[in-house]
Design a protein around this ligand. Structure first.
Ligand SMILES: [Mg+2]
Length: 207
């Protein structure tokens, strides 16, 4: 096996939550004094830090916004599905002996409810859902400490530039998937250890 443990991002990597999240964001945006997002392609092509800076979104506003989004999403989470091919990929990786966990900015309750309804929860030994204003790498490091896996034996799989950066800061390898938030072209600029276009390609690389 390439790694001792694989940690996964949730929204946009395992679960197809982005269209719903965008609708919720646009509903809430006026309450937070933010412009709605009409052009999804801009989101996909822009690193998130630039997006926040351009829009003047401060971290304290991000926390309030994240909490409001998570609360709204809670009511819809059971209707959210995993991307096509994800269930089979997770089943095969688990059967191959990989330890797995989820590290996400969504809430643990939302993640568990979605994974339960998709019959996938039992494959994960750790599910961490918390938004870290100072970066996702802190959550990754915390899980690695708990699992006692050295960082160089661990992989983080995500759909955004910030996932690649968080993995690097935690000393882990990073795989980026092109079916989520950011485009292939943008992700490639940050040189992930593996850039994959389908769950079966990722399974092939890992097994
Ligand atoms: Mg994501």
């Amino acid at each position: 096996m390439r790694y001792s443990i694989i940690l996964w991002d949730f929204d946009g990597t395992l679960a197809d939550t982005l269209p719903g999240l965008l609708r919720i964001f646009n509903d809430l945006a006026p309450d937070f004094g933010l412009e709605t997002i009409e052009d999804v392609q801009v989101l996909r092509d822009t690193p998130p830090t630039d997006l926040l800076r351009e829009r003047g979104i401060r971290w304290w506003k991000m926390i309030r916004l994240r909490n409001a989004i998570v609360r709204r999403q809670k009511g819809q989470i059971e209707s959210i599905r995993l991307f096509p091919g994800i269930h089979d990929m997770l089943e095969r990786l688990h059967a191959s002996g990989y330890r797995m966990g989820v590290v996400s900015s969504n809430s643990e309750a939302n993640i568990r409810r979605c994974l339960q309804s998709c019959d996938a929860e039992s494959w994960f030994e750790h599910i961490v859902g918390s938004w870290q204003p100072l970066g996702k790498h802190r959550s990754l490091r915390r899980v690695l400490r708990r699992t006692r896996v050295p960082s160089h034996q661990a992989l983080y799989v995500g759909d955004e530039v910030r996932d690649i950066l968080a993995a690097r800061r935690a000393g882990m390898d990073a795989a980026a998937v092109t079916w989520g938030s950011n485009t292939r072209q943008l992700l490639a600029q940050y040189s992930p250890d593996e850039l994959v276009d389908s769950p079966s390609q990722l399974t092939g690389w890992l097994t």
